[in-house]
Ligand binder design. Structure first.
Ligand code: 3PY
Ligand code: MG
Length: 252
């Protein structure tokens, strides 16, 4: 099984990505069955340790969705371990320089392209015996652009060999640009920054992804030209569904 996300991007099909912060194999399994193209286990801001991430990746791999992970930081050991645990792509937060981008991609690629250590574990079970032969080609690498420095170095970051694209973290990006974290910020500096990332990704044939807070916001991003969107996370969706049900029960 090769990475369907890479194929979707090559064919310019939109990718809708679920985002999990709740440490549960069961809720990961539910998410995976809802129609997402991929589902990301968030080890940065999610309440998720490695043991939970493992069972979540196992659960997702029993669904049609492709399993991804967002790591806590640009730390090779954690990146390699999540790939061994069956993640088919890594979203790495806070990539601000080309050196950081290079280190990130190297951790996702076996030599001679990178320095990923050999021990594919679950990736072999899920991906088949030939996983080591195709892993370098098929593992998706997305660098998060979410700092002022990352924006400044955008072109050099996009130049990184083996980097598939970027994923904008609008909370952190707006925090650094405007002093306030706001995922759907309409601040002119944010609008300009997001447009610039999009334009540069298109010019460089790189995947452009972004975190959104709703399906409607994600639809707007796809129409704007993004390839990969996250229409809110599990926590937001759970809270929203509960509020709507309560309001409906109250006849509001
Ligand atoms: C951000 O918005 O900063 C993110 O990291 C998305 O989860
Ligand atoms: Mg962030």
């Amino acid at each position: 099984r090769k990475n369907p996300l890479k194929a979707a991007f090559r064919q310019q099909q939109p990718i809708i990505n679920g985002w999990l912060a709740i440490p549960s194999g069961y809720s990961a399994e539910i998410a995976g069955h809802q129609g997402y193209d991929c589902v990301t286990v968030d080890l940065q801001h999610g309440m998720i340790d490695f043991a939970s991430a493992l069972s979540m990746l196992q659960a997702i791999s029993a669904t049609p969705a492709t399993p991804l992970a967002r790591v806590g930081s640009n730390e090779p050991a954690q990146i390699m371990r999540l790939l061994d645990a069956g993640a088919w792509g890594i979203i790495c937060p806070m990539i601000s320089t080309p050196e950081q981008a290079k280190q990130f991609v190297a951790a996702c690629r076996y030599p001679p392209l990178g320095n990923r250590s050999f021990g594919p574990a679950r990736a072999l079970l899920y991906g088949g015996k030939d996983y080591p032969q195709y892993a370098n080609e098929e593992i998706l690498t997305l660098a998060m652009i979410e700092t002022r420095e990352g924006l400044e170095h955008l072109d050099a970051i996009l130049d990184t060999d083996g980097l598939d694209g970027v994923f904008i973290g609008p909370n952190d990006l707006s925090l650094t640009l405007t002093g306030q974290a706001s995922a759907e910020s309409q601040h002119p500096e944010m609008l300009e920054a997001i447009e610039r990332v999009l334009t540069r990704c298109h010019a460089n044939q790189k995947l452009a992804g972004i975190f959104c807070t709703s399906g409607e916001a994600a639809a707007t991003r796809l129409a704007q030209g993004f390839h990969f969107v996250t229409p809110a996370n599990d926590v937001m969706q759970l809270g929203r569904a509960a509020r709507e049900a309560i309001a409906a029960a109250q006849g509001k």
